[in-house]
Design a protein around this ligand. Sequence first.
Ligand SMILES: Cc1ncc(COP(=O)(O)O)c(C=O)c1O
Length: 273
Amino acid sequence: MLDPALYFDHSATTPPRPEVIEAMRLVMQESWGNPSSLHRWGERAAMAMERARQQVAELLNCEPEALVFTSGGTESNNLALFGVAQRYSTPQHLIISSVEHASVENAARQLQAQGWEVTRLAVNSAGQVDPQTLIQALRPNTALVSIIHGQNEVGSLQPIAELGYICRQAGVLFHTDAVQTVGRIPLDLAQLPVDLLSLSGHKLYGPQGVGALYVRPGVELQPLLRGGGQERRLRAGTQGIPGIVGLGVAAALAAQEVEPVPAPLPQQQPHLA
Ligand SMILES: Cc1ncc(COP(=O)(O)O)c(C=O)c1O
């Protein structure tokens, strides 16, 4: 028998909490309807899903309607990059860091193959992007900046408040892959200048195969999948209610443990040329 007390690989995945497992069991037994159905079974599933959306929103201090449920961090990152890119009829410029997860790096390579210019910002000896390098890399046709928040292999944290502020001043969308940090360190989207943020259930003691993309109201994306109008037309397909409910419970438990203090904004705003 494997002893979960001897598990030391929480950046790969985390064990689902007992409360998560129980909530998922219950929802599969009692709320298995299709949340788009208009009858009572559908309503019950939709209520469970919206409660989970509220729980994730409370963890991030954002509007529940701004959250799009996905199949995990990989899909959220792909939806952010391609969802922005597909708004343009001609290739533009994308900025990422040199330490992104494969789901951002490989999406960027795909865009590069389609003619996009991609700048990869180097990191310093602490594994961090220097905000000045972002200022220098921005171009008139930069459509998106995507910088990982917590690096999955070395654990370095990027200064997303500064980086997002620079993007906001420049009128460029800012995405962060916060898969490794949501539920582990405080993130306050009412304070942070972040337009798009990816998270994944299995990194915060929730289930695998579920995640979300935060899309700041007003930011327009093209969906990856063609199908029904679920998730405000941004993610077609019947939602996976057990996973979503498990993610909601994991988020609610994390919110009790992560101090709800806003991430500090930079004392000195970086100088914009
Ligand atoms: C930083 C980061 N981004 C994205 C992902 C992908 O998330 P998922 O496994 O939910 O697709 C991971 C998972 O290892 C990750 O660590």
